[in-house]
Design a protein around this ligand. Structure first.
Ligand code: ADP
Length: 847
């Protein structure tokens, strides 16, 4: 008999074991209120039901299954479904019961069937869904104590041990308030006679973990919120489209973007698209902003630019705190007495929230969801309430209260008009990118940054290896920085091969000065505008290259490229003993879709590649909906690094991932075939989308995507079909992702700053300083320069052209856990005896 407001169904007492029956009878007699009686009985029955031998087996020492509830709250953001999927599956994997609270705090306050138990299959395919499938709502009742009391009542009644809340700063503020009030709420429930002290005892400590789901990226303490890069991608797509029409008609566009009090979306969109001017709430322009904007736009037009893009955050204000509206900006640009530009306003609105999550948000949602479940299970009454954050490349737990308070301080600082404080309270990337934006937009206008003549350098820019998204953005930012400092940036076309063979001067030779008007348009361009080539200096002729560097009087070299570029820097450094002209500082900004450059955990282009791969996989998965029982074996690029396959697998929810690091064996394939058969046997048609296996192009010399697809087809005996899919060079991407573009800007500027420390003509200092030949990288939570000598000697797996240790290797386990792939132990005979039982049990437990 289902009861209103309750999630459980009463079972006949005869179904219970006898000691348990006694206990239930005792509890029933001791509690007077009928509703409470039902609630308590339900709780006990649920506890009993969940304490099966199977659950005890799965949880080890855990006596009863913990119940973990997940909810999404506040404004929706792409990636929230990925969070729910990861939390539900990880909770089940760790032997807990997973619940979803539908409709945000509204569901928590109303309880009943808005709090539902979730099974493994319920979240299948959720990674590729936009918005939040469990709903979200703004809930006025939760602002009141009575609403929070109802929420506490529902949690205790349902026996929920922990709650994971994914939302923006409002939702997390609410969570923090709820947590702070929890003891008094329990006291009230006890005093009201709704629960006894004994019943409340297990819930004395409210176990909450926060995840930041928001497109605004407005929470302090984390570099990115789940959804912000998807929103940024949508904004940049729209601006890229607008640019074409703006160029055609020589128009100006004022684009208003979301973000409430946070200017992150406007700032990053400005950096990624190379906009002419931006307005953000944290840093209102000086009082003469009207003149300033008009003079910047006028300067750009005089240089020959045919289009003008001004980006305005919805919270944009002037120094007096008055709102700056798109209409005000438009009127200025269109003023016939001033610039007189044909100007249009585009307010992007809710398209920014729409659509599916980009690869980064799916990865963040998955990794942070997994971390949140671990955090709730590890929590003790002494641990603070955590919020899961990311700093550069590292998932970090931080005290929720501190993050919420720091976020509030930004709004307070803006209100007080303390702009320095507002900027300082955002993360370091924010203020760094703001400076980058100002510098690139004010090239040849602002002369404040110019160095004295004697410190100005002639810097060679060269791309090496295959093209990767963000290479052009990096060159553009490097050139902009050089120009603002008075350095002379010089393009070396077509890598070392071009340098060696076509070394005449401009206009036809490989060594040419940059034309800023042309370079300024490269912010969003894919490929490599100055051309790239895989040839190493040793292949071009080291002596020849050394002579050319002398001939062209380079004071420094800035390389952008992949593993070949890294190899090139190593060769140039080693050849310094023989060729003094090579005693110049040189630094490499890694750019390759394979993300296999030692010295960094992230290479430009790898994010673009993952987005292309995810899009491809989503489409082919969808194409299976007519047939339903289909497995796609997708071959990914990545050289001998399994990064793309693994992160792609994490982002699309692959059933299996094959990497060169692990290899492919017949046993492995046999285990996966068996697993897939089981999966399809259990499939009740919840989702018609196909399943995916990702295999890196070099995972095996024999088992390639086609062969694996054929093996699967043969072994499936008609239970399911299989096809191979090879996206190939599509993975290099057309337009680079905003993340690749923004990081390109930030890292390129850092590279030139690093080079300029050396100044001109100090060969001895350069030769003896390991930091004069470096690779810039993101390592854990920091951006660092590493000396190539150390990296090549200690961190490089040369035969396999990849780093010796890769930070992402452990993520493969998460892909496996979340797809319930049975644990495979290599070097075992085919599925016989104990092993076969383990595999079978694995499927039963999780599928
Ligand atoms: P976001 O989480 O996206 O910032 P909101 O600010 O609208 O969105 O917050 C979402 C919900 O969180 C609100 O509707 C409300 O139920 C709850 N909430 C927000 N702030 C508080 C607060 N100070 N006290 C209690 N609940 C709050």
């Amino acid at each position: 008999m289902p009861l209103a407001g309750l999630n459980f169904t009463l079972r006949p007492a005869s179904a219970l074991a006898s000691p348990f029956r006694v206990l239930v009878a005792f509890v029933l007699l001791s509690i007077p209120v009928t509703t409470l009686l039902y609630r308590t009985t339900s709780r006990l029955l649920a506890l009993h039901a969940s304490s099966t031998p199977q659950s005890r087996k799965a949880t080890g020492k855990m006596a009863t299954k913990k119940k973990i509830a997940i909810m999404t709250s506040g404004g929706d953001s792409p990636g929230m479904n990925g969070v729910v999927r990861a939390c539900v599956r990880m909770a089940i994997h760790l032997g807990c019961d997973a619940y979803c609270i539908y409709e945000g705090y509204e569901g928590l306050v109303r309880g009943g069937d808005l709090i539902r138990k979730m099974e493994w299959q319920d979240v299948r395919g959720w990674l590729s869904e936009g918005g939040t499938l469990i709903g979200t709502a703004r809930c006025m009742a939760f602002y009141e104590r009575s609403g929070r009391l109802a929420a506490a009542r529902n949690l205790v009644a349902q026996g929920i041990d922990a709650v994971i809340i994914c939302g923006g700063d409002g939702s997390l503020t609410g969570a923090d308030r709820f947590r702070a009030e929890w003891p008094s709420l329990l006291k009230e429930l006890e005093e009201n006679g709704e629960f006894t002290a004994a019943q409340l005892e297990p819930y004395r400590h409210l176990n909450i973990v926060g995840l930041v789901g928001s497109i605004d990226n407005d929470l302090s303490g984390t570099d990115a919120t789940i959804g912000c890069y998807s929103a940024l991608a949508r904004i940049c797509q729209c601006i890229d489209l607008i640019e074409a029409t703006a160029y055609s008609h020589s128009r100006a566009f004022v684009v208003e973007v979301m973000g409430r009090h946070c200017g992150w979306l406007a700032l990053m969109a400005g950096v990624a698209t190379g906009a002419d001017f931006i307005f953000i709430p944290e840093r209102p322009r000086p009082d003469n902003w009207r003149e300033e904007m008009c003079s910047v736009v006028e300067h750009h037009r005089k240089l020959g630019k045919r289009k003008t893009i001004v980006i305005l955050a919805e919270g944009a204000i002037d120094r007096q705190g008055n709102r700056i509206s798109p209409e005000m900006v438009k009127d200025l640009l269109a003023d016939p007495k001033g610039l007189g530009l044909d100007t249009r306003i585009t307010t992007l609105g809710h398209v920014q929230r729409g659509g599916t999550a980009v690869a980064y948000d799916r990865m963040l949602a998955t990794l942070q969801g997994v971390e949140a479940v671990k955090a709730v299970l590890e929590a003790t009454p002494d641990t603070p309430t955590w919020v899961i954050t990311i700093n550069e490349n590292k998932i970090v737990r931080k005290p929720l209260m501190e993050a919420v308070q720091a976020t509030k301080k930004v709004a307070q600082a803006i209100k007080r008009q303390d702009w320095d404080e507002a900027m300082a309270l955002r993360d370091t990337e924010f203020s760094e990118q703001y400076k980058s934006f100002l510098m690139t937009t004010a090239v040849q206008i602002n002369h404040e940054m110019l160095l004295p003549e004697r410190e100005r350098m002639r810097i060679g820019f060269i791309n090496v290896g295959a093209p990767a998204g963000g290479m052009n953005a990096a060159v553009r930012a490097g050139v902009a920085y050089c120009l603002s400092r008075g350095h002379e940036p010089v393009a070396i076309y077509n890598g070392f091969a071009g340098f060696a063979r076509h070394h005449g001067d401009a206009p036809l030779g490989a060594v040419r000065p940059f034309d800023w008007l042309e370079v300024d348009g490269w912010a969003s361009k894919g490929g490599s505008e100055i051309g790239t080539n895989r040839e190493l200096p040793s292949e071009s002729g080291m002596e020849h290259i050394a002579n050319l560097i002398e001939t062209y009087k380079f004071d420094a070299l800035f390389l952008v490229g992949g593993f070949e570029a890294f190899h090139a820097v190593c060769q140039l450094r080693k050849a310094r003993d023989q060729y003094p002209s090579l005693c110049i500082p040189m630094t490499l900004l890694p750019a390759t879709i394979s993300n296999n450059v030692p010295g960094t955990e992230y290479s430009l282009g790898s994010d673009t590649c993952l987005n292309e791969l995810v899009e491809y996989c989503d489409k082919i998965k969808q194409s299976a909906s007519a047939t339903r029982r289909r497995v796609f074996v997708v071959e990914t690029q990545g050289g001998r690094s399994g990064y793309v396959a693994t992160l792609g697998g994490l982002s699309v929810g692959a059933s299996a991932v094959y990497t060169p690091e692990e290899g492919v064996t017949l046993d492995m394939l046999a285990a996966d075939v068996r697993h897939l058969k089981e999966v399809f046997a259990r499939d009740k048609g919840q989702s018609r989308a196909g399943r995916l296996i990702l295999i890196n192009e070099r995972a095996s010399k024999v088992y390639n995507a086609r062969l694996i697809a054929e093996i699967l087809r043969e072994e499936a005996h008609g239970r399911f079909e299989s096809r191979e899919g090879i996206p190939g060079h599509m993975q290099q991407g057309g337009v680079p992702s905003p993340m690749d573009r923004c990081r390109a800007v930030r890292l390129a500027i850092r590279c030139i700053q690093h080079l300029e420390q050396y100044g001109r003509g100090v060969p001895n200092r350069v030769k003896n300083d390991p930091m004069s030949a470096t690779v810039i990288g993101i390592k854990g939570a920091s951006v660092v320069f590493s000396p190539v000598q150390k990296v090549e000697e200690e961190e490089t797996d040369w035969p396999n052209r990849r780093p010796k240790s890769a930070f992402w290797v452990g993520m493969k386990d998460i892909v496996n856990i979340l797809s319930a792939r049975p644990k495979f132990v290599p070097q075992e005979p085919l599925l016989t005896g104990r092993k076969a039982k383990d595999v079978k049990r694995g499927i039963e437990d999780y599928d």
